[in-house]
Design a protein around this ligand. Structure first.
Ligand code: G
Ligand code: G
Ligand code: NA
Ligand code: MN
Length: 253
């Protein structure tokens, strides 16, 4: 397939780039981290992940691509730590199959040491669906990552039918409220019921909670009132090229 061989070469030719979307604590006004989102610079085109991540997953290319993303995120976290004077945690999306690789934790640990990056400056996001699908095979990596201090966030939370009993035993740091619930806040009463329940769950488990897909001041207000103050979405910023993050942050203050 043409797209497949082009994607293969994209890695070698360094055509992949990460854009970064801020995670903001609206209570303190602080930048708490960013989510890294992959793009493919194909000629003058910037191809969105929806158009190549599924193929990467099918072909297994997602494995070297994920390792590349982890290293790139660490490198960037180090640069931002110097530029900002505080830790900007960079979150990388990993498919559940990455957590089933026996070399994942060693490679992360080696990368952190080589690049002199603190483990809390890297975060890993796994979707709730991916986590629950492969739970038994994923847990050992989660425990080892927790052991070396790398935080794990459960992405798209609320859509994946978690066993709540299991959740209490998982070494995770954050629940990320799926944007479908955020989208309907203020319109559908049921959506605020779900958001309220997730916030209460996070609080009782001692986990951080973040809302994604925040687009309007009303959504921000409702979330804040319900007790979720860490947010990510177009209201604050689109995903930005690395060079644009610092100027964005300076105008925020
Ligand atoms: O960036 P965008 O808004 O188009 O992202 C679309 C989808 O692609 C999201 O579901 C996101 O989680 C996924 N995605 C973006 N970057 C990565 C990545 O580096 N690895 C994986 N596995 N998924 C990614
Ligand atoms: O959860 P996931 O990794 O899929 O989330 C990343 C995706 O969400 C990316 O495609 C990103 O561009 C998109 N996204 C980020 N902020 C917003 C927003 O405020 N609204 C919507 N609709 N999508 C967003
Ligand atoms: Na994500
Ligand atoms: Mn998500």
């Amino acid at each position: 397939l043409e797209l497949e061989s082009a994607l293969h070469k994209a890695l070698e030719r360094e055509e992949l780039v990460l854009h970064y979307q801020p995670k903001v604590d609206v209570h303190s006004g602080r930048l708490v981290g960013v989510e890294a989102l992959m793009r493919w610079k194909r000629g003058h085109q910037l191809v969105p992940p929806g158009e190549f991540i599924p193929l990467a997953e099918e072909t297994g290319l997602i494995i070297p691509m994920s390792y590349w993303a982890i290293r790139e995120a660490m490198r960037q976290a180090k640069l931002w730590q110097r530029a900002f004077g505080f830790d900007v945690a960079v979150a990388v999306n990993l498919p559940s199959r990455m957590f089933q690789r026996s070399d994942l934790v060693e490679r992360i640990q080696a990368g952190l040491q080589e690049q002199h990056v603190s483990p809390r400056c890297l975060e890993l996001e796994i979707t709730e669906t991916g986590l629950m699908k492969d739970l038994q095979n994923v847990i050992p990596s989660l425990q080892r990552l927790h052991g070396i201090g790398v935080p794990i966030s459960i992405d798209d939370f609320g859509t994946g039918y978690s066993s709540l009993a299991y959740l209490t035993t998982l070494p995770i740091s954050e629940l990320k409220i799926d944007r479908s619930f955020v989208h309907d806040l203020g319109n559908r009463p049921e959506s605020s019921a779900v958001v309220t329940a997730i916030i209460a769950l996070a609080r009782s488990l001692g986990l951080r909670v973040i809302a994604e897909g925040v687009e309007t001041p009303l959504q921000m207000e409702v979330l804040s009132r319900l007790g979720c103050t860490i947010m990510q979405g177009f209201l604050f910023s689109r995903p930005l090229p690395a060079a644009d993050l610092e100027p964005w942050w300076r105008q925020l203050r």
